[in-house]
Design a protein around this ligand. Structure first.
Ligand SMILES: NC(=O)c1ccc[n+]([C@@H]2O[C@H](COP(=O)([O-])OP(=O)(O)OC[C@H]3O[C@@H](n4cnc5c(N)ncnc54)[C@H](OP(=O)(O)O)[C@@H]3O)[C@@H](O)[C@H]2O)c1
Length: 290
């Protein structure tokens, strides 16, 4: 059986569905019983564990053939006294004690890591989990096309696609989360020894202008990209959680122009899903939301 953390999210849900499609048993780790039903209906065993509860999480990973782990981005609150490094520590403890046979951990491309940030959760995640004894794969993902969901919904109304990435004509590595989930599910089903790193990028690098153009095709109207000045971000990302800081750190790293460099010796996978497929989906969701 495979344990899937973040199963209600973009990547975890794809990991679980792909494993189920391969007739593998899946343990869905959810943080509240209310989220269990959908996954039980799909044939998963559910296990309630908050990612910050290291003891519950250790039980969730215990006896598993493999575990998928990730650092959630936007749903951890600061006021509970936890920061992202504490979450990494909790995951580390749970894997060490739970001893799943192998682990696949979602991480991010080096070009998305803001070296100027005093603490970087992804660097800490990789160094801390890297000390674990079991076979472990870091899947370093490009920027998600789905990150623009909110801005796509706005653009359907306004014709303007706001962008936190700039310059608007600079292409950066992007990927559909379904491609990330597919690579993770495939990796979980493999056997290996030691540590490995896999980079996943989409079929092409994409600039904000290109994204706006593709959205225009999807909507059948002209859409223009517009950069959101850095000084307005604080106001827009009003919830000042550690996780929001992580998101901003990733944006700053991309905007600082640390171009993505291919690192020798790293296993590299290219996704199949083009941005228009994701944008079609985001538009459909935006138009059906109340
Ligand atoms: N954004 C990028 O471009 C990018 C690039 C590279 C890597 N990443 C990595 O990908 C992650 C985002 O993946 P995603 O889009 O699949 O995430 P997502 O859709 O935001 O889903 C987050 C998942 O984590 C769960 N979760 C949140 N807080 C939890 C807690 N306290 N205990 C247990 N579960 C909890 C959520 O459950 P609920 O349904 O209960 O909220 C949800 O299932 C980022 O956090 C980052 O680590 C992101």
């Amino acid at each position: 059986m495979f344990a899937v953390t973040g199963i209600t999210g973009n990547v975890g849900s794809v990991v679980a569905r792909m494993l189920l499609a391969e007739r593998e048993d899946v343990r869905a780790i959810v943080r509240s019983g209310a989220k269990s039903t959908e996954w039980e209906e799909q044939g998963c065993e559910t296990f309630v564990a908050d990612i910050r509860d290291q003891h519950a999480l250790a039980k969730a990973y215990s006896g598993m053939r493999g575990a998928f782990v990730m650092l959630p981005m936007c749903t951890l609150e600061d006021d509970d006294g936890f920061n992202l490094n504490d979450v990494v520590d909790s995951i580390h403890y749970a894997l060490r004690e739970g001893k799943p046979e192998r682990v696949v951990c979602l991480s991010t491309l080096q070009s998305l890591v803001d070296k100027s940030a005093s603490s970087n959760a992804f660097s800490y995640l990789e160094s801390k989990l890297g000390t674990l004894p079991m076979p472990l794969a870091f899947v370093r993902s490009a920027w998600y096309v789905e990150n623009s969901a909110r801005e796509v919904a706005e653009a359907c109304e306004t014709g303007v696609l706001r962008s936190f990435l700039y310059p608007l004509d600079r292409a950066v590595p992007m990927i559909a989360t379904a491609d990330v989930g597919r690579v993770i599910a495939q990796t979980l089903c493999e056997t290996w020894s030691g540590k490995r790193t896999i980079e996943v990028v989409g079929p092409a690098q994409v600039s904000p202008n290109e994204l706006a153009k593709v959205l225009g095709w999807v909507l059948g109207r002209e859409i223009n990209a517009e950069a959101v000045p850095r000084e307005r971000w604080e106001q827009i990302f009003s919830a000042k959680t550690q996780s929001t800081n992580l998101y901003i750190q990733m944006l700053d790293a991309l905007n600082a122009g640390s171009a993505h460099r291919e690192v020798a010796g790293i296993d590299r996978r290219t996704g199949h899903i083009h941005p228009e497929v994701v944008l079609n989906d985001l538009v459909a969701r935006a138009l059906t939301w109340p």
